[in-house]
Design a protein around this ligand. Structure first.
Ligand SMILES: C[S@@+](CC[C@H](N)C(=O)[O-])C[C@H]1O[C@@H](n2cnc3c(N)ncnc32)[C@H](O)[C@@H]1O
Length: 327
């Protein structure tokens, strides 16, 4: 990936989101074990550490670093970079009033960092490095981190609960995209915008077609709502149905092209979501993969390499691998 143009994450981060979609897509930052693990790590760092967070998204990890820095007067200097065209200062609500500053930079490929050798004391990353060419990213980390510095990564665990949820989420997205909903909505919207307006003359055949399209759309909505009744991502289901129904009902306010444009836009958003989920599934690593990562770090001269599973409370709720090392 050499450019951030049309990168599947560009649009995603242009909103008031901190955590990534796989963790509820929430406006609040990561909680629980993930947060605890980062708080512990940042608390252990020396004052004035220069921290670089790779694949930062809207800065979930830097924001925790900033909080720890503020609370313990650590005076960290924090940078967050991502391949996506990020701008958390613009999109995150309340960012301007934070008591600390983060230097965010978009369009930065973790495989080719625009920094001098040994520019940072600490490099972190969460749910990001696994998407790229890991050997290249590790090479860059080894180059850019200073002697005596530290690295820590949190990585999607293949058999973990987040990845499992994502698989179901992806199935739901694919059912929304390829099931009856969009076809029926497109037909109903096209018909109603061509023939539904009060001033249009209609034959009885057209009236029948209008009714048929309306009934098919209603039936598709019911079918989708029933099939996704217990969805892991009810927000996506509800958004899709609400937007399509709203677009159909308000046909009178817009041209056919605008109405169908809305439908296309929604289809694109759900497709991007499905793509992100499938990329996550492919990127996640199993225990052997995590061990391999740890060995790779050791072969690059890192010491004290640790590789531990992170659980969400119970041992059967694996979330991620956390891999750390000293330079
Ligand atoms: C699942 S999000 C994680 C974001 C954030 N670190 C978090 O914990 O929520 C993955 C991020 O990795 C970024 N990414 C993927 N490959 C990358 C690469 N080669 N270089 C830089 N960023 C990359 C994506 O743009 C995306 O923002």
């Amino acid at each position: 990936m050499s450019s951030s143009e049309n990168w599947i994450w560009d649009q995603y981060w242009h909103s008031n989101r901190i955590a990534s979609c796989f963790d509820g897509g929430s406006q609040t930052n990561y909680q629980g074990e993930v947060r605890k693990s980062w708080e512990l790590f940042f608390s252990s760092l020396a004052n004035k550490s220069r921290i670089l967070d790779l694949c930062t998204g809207n800065g979930a990890v830097p924001l925790i670093a900033g909080e720890v820095s503020e609370k313990n007067n650590k005076q960290f200097s924090i940078t967050g970079t991502d391949l996506a065209n990020i701008d958390p200062a613009r999109f995150l609500q309340g960012y301007a009033s934070l008591p600390f500053k983060i230097n965010f930079k978009g369009g930065v490929n973790a495989e080719d960092l625009p920094y001098e050798n040994e520019s940072f004391d600490v490099i972190t990353s969460q749910y990001g490095i696994e998407y790229g060419d890991v050997a290249k990213v590790f090479g860059e980390m080894a180059r850019v981190v200073a002697a005596g510095g530290k690295v820590k990564m949190v990585v999607h665990a293949r058999d973990g609960i987040v990845v499992k949820n994502c698989k179901v989420d992806a199935e739901e997205a694919n059912f929304l995209l390829n099931g009856p909903l969009f076809g029926a909505a497109e037909k109903a919207i096209t018909m109603v915008s061509r023939y539904g307006r009060g001033d249009v003359q209609r034959t009885s055949e057209i009236n029948q077609d209008l009714q048929k399209a309306d009934a098919n759309f209603a039936q598709a909505v019911e079918e989708v709502a029933a099939k996704l009744k217990n969805a892991v991502n009810p927000m996506m289901r509800d958004n899709a149905i609400n937007i399509l129904v709203h677009t159909y009902r308000h046909f009178n306010h817009f041209d056919e092209s605008v109405l169908l444009g809305k439908l296309k836009e929604l289809y694109g958003e759900i497709s991007a979501h499905a793509n992100r989920l499938s990329a996550l599934d492919n990127a996640s690593i199993d225990q052997q993969g995590a061990e391999k990562w740890a060995k790779n770090l050791a072969s690059l001269g890192f010491e004290n390499v640790t590789n531990e599973p992170m659980f969400d409370g119970a041992k059967d709720r694996l979330i991620a691998w956390q891999i750390a090392a000293d330079k």
